[in-house]
Design a binder for this molecule. Structure first.
Ligand SMILES: [Zn+2]
Ligand SMILES: [Zn+2]
Length: 355
């Protein structure tokens, strides 16, 4: 109480302010009614607001500063991430080396076969059989080396003999199975390339490459299903059946869309196989001589010449091979084929079917 009773002098001090107010009231007569205190408060607020905007302009926007923070974190953590990556790579060095080897074998076989297809009748049967032998040797050596894992089981929808299936095992088995199936696809196409003209005309080989490729892609998308089911459900009893069930349903849904698309492609390829393709009508000898008697594609005399809608003449065989790759006339670029079917040129998709 005594302390409180000491306050009055303060009040007295405050009561000494009036002269200030009087000074302020000397301001321009434009706003004489405005209370001086309010005016000050307003002025202060203004000052703060200005300081605030200045701060915002000086420091970067929130999104940018967050990005900077993330970059800073990455810079600090980069060495550790690299160490972790190096350790994982070292642990799986054998798998990585095998995959690089298989990928380069695939790339070599794929490009060589494509060249041989483009050579038409002049293809070398020797080279084709070399590709066949190379791929067979590679596959057999791989399956023999890892025979303890029974990797070939995954090709016939059985589980390879592994104690447990973790993520890297899954990728390993799926990757090997995918490469072996790609090799098989190339081998089948090699047999088609090697077939003599009497059995299968060069011009209709493109349809067979197409149907082989589409069937192979369908099969390759079916192979990983049982492995993924096993991986999602898990072998150990501690795994939750509820979560596994939900994930399996989601996987099955996504997978069924994928397979439906592939089945549709196979059906289209079968349609192409069954319908005879005609790009033009047979050219008369007069039309051939008008065209100069030389085919612009093979630079030789016409063999079974066809005349296109644009009045350009080519050999039938040259045209069929051309339209396996392109959809326009080689000379005037007018569109002749409505939809270009991929895979008719003998290439095999390099797509890695992970899931
Ligand atoms: Zn020609
Ligand atoms: Zn033309």
């Amino acid at each position: 109480r005594d302390l409180r009773s000491l306050r009055p002098p303060e009040r007295d001090l405050r009561s000494l302010r009036p002269p200030e107010r009087d000074l302020r009231s000397l301001r321009p007569p434009e706003r004489p009614t405005e209370p001086p205190q309010l005016c000050r408060a307003g002025g202060d607020r203004h000052g703060h607001a200005e300081e605030g905007t200045e701060e915002q302009a000086g420091t970067p926007a929130p999104a940018l500063s967050e990005l900077k923070a993330v970059i800073g974190w990455l810079q600090k953590g980069l060495p550790f991430i690299l160490i972790l990556l190096a350790k994982v790579c070292f642990q799986h060095k054998l798998g990585i080396a095998v995959c690089i080897g298989m990928a380069s074998t695939f790339a070599y076989a794929n490009s060589t076969l494509r060249e041989q297809v483009a050579l038409k009748e002049k293809r070398s049967v020797l080279v084709v059989f070399w590709i066949l032998a190379f791929l067979t040797g590679n596959t057999l050596y791989l399956l023999y080396t890892f025979s303890s894992q029974q990797l070939y089981n995954s090709l016939i929808f059985l589980k390879p003999s592994l104690d447990r299936l973790d993520f890297f095992d899954l990728m390993w088995i799926v990757g090997i199975a995918d490469f072996v199936l790609k090799y098989l696809t190339i081998a089948l196409k090699c047999l088609i390339v090697a077939l003599p003209k009497i059995i299968l005309a060069v011009k209709s080989k493109g349809k067979f490459y197409l149907i082989i490729e589409e069937l192979s892609q369908l099969f390759r998308s079916l192979v990983p299903i049982q492995l993924w089911y096993k991986y999602i459900m898990g072998d150990d009893p501690s795994s939750s059946y509820f979560l596994g069930g939900i994930l399996i349903i989601m996987y099955s849904l996504c997978k069924s869309f994928d397979i439906c698309g592939r089945v549709g492609s196979v059906r289209k390829a079968l349609k192409v196989l069954c319908t005879p393709q005609t790009y033009g009508v047979r050219a008369t000898s007069q039309q051939c001589s008008e065209a100069g008697d030389i085919c612009a594609i093979c630079q030789a005399e016409f063999r079974e010449p066809l005349i296109l809608m644009c009045q350009h003449v080519f050999c039938e065989e040259c045209l069929c091979l051309w339209f396996d790759r392109e959809k326009t006339c080689p000379l005037c670029r007018s569109v002749t084929v409505e939809t270009l079917r991929c895979w008719k040129d003998g290439t095999t998709s390099a797509h890695f079917q992970v899931y």
